[in-house]
Write a protein that binds this ligand. Sequence first.
Ligand code: C2E
Ligand code: CA
Ligand code: CA
Ligand code: CA
Length: 274
Amino acid sequence: KAGGRGCYSIFGPHMDAMVRERAEIERDLRRALADCSQFRVLYQPKYFATTGKIGSVEALVRWHHPTRGLISPVYFVPIAEEGGLIRELGRYVLEEACRAAANWPIENIAVNVSAVQLRDNGFAMEVMTILGESGLAPHKLEIEVTETAWMDDSENCAANIRALRAVGINIALDDFGTGFSTFGRLHETEVDHIKIDKMFIDGLGKDRGDEAIVQAIIELARAKGLKTTAEGVETAEQNEFLTRIGCDELQGFLYAEPMSGEEVGTLLKGLDGK
Ligand code: C2E
Ligand code: CA
Ligand code: CA
Ligand code: CA
């Protein structure tokens, strides 16, 4: 504690403001979850590298705060997790996404799920209830779990993943490559799909190390029969590299940004010719 006072006088006011802002955001988030009208779910398509067609879409939540404007999920999802609000937020996203996708001619819809949700012992049941209500077939739902959440050794996480896969729901490992030792554990827990983190995609065409990592991930995935998606594809050069080495799906601003459900509907109609 020695010198603590001095530190406090330097960082105090700034820290205070941050703590206060965070508390306000958490309070507003709790209120917003009462009717969810400030939230929207956007969908970002993922394209098959071989055919250029939309294979699936990923649901991404947005919060339109009445005074602060659009707030990024990178900022408010962790606050929801720490404030005990992620279950409610997660349920809203799942319900919206499953309902929207029930009539879309796509392989599946992917929904991001937090480690906190996955640790809940009622999670798998909740997902099945939502599927039942929305009419979406289980094999048309994919749950994206971050590498860190997947590494969680809690028995509940493993049991949820098993229960979800048992009914045909797919599990994708998100942000692959950003955690540690996942490579070694890929065989232990079951997973269907890996999404290579944008961090590595950014280096394609520029960084030999990143190119080698991406190539190794894709080879490993193929050897294990797992599907691969590259996230954050922004340039023609990245696109060419990924297609050449056999990445299954491509997602990123080069193809499409996250869009509303109506826009997805229009896009799918156009492509389908129906
Ligand atoms: P993520 O799951 O890795 O999602 C990819 C993020 O990258 C999205 O940001 C997407 O809009 C953005 N992105 C996609 N393509 C490109 C590209 O080509 N260039 C660039 N610069 N960015 C691209 P977003 O929507 O802001 O989401 C950020 C993160 O917030 C997500 O990362 C995910 O971890 C989390 N998140 C979003 N929605 C949810 C949700 O419903 N539940 C949970 N638990 N987390 C969510
Ligand atoms: Ca994701
Ligand atoms: Ca499967
Ligand atoms: Ca990512």
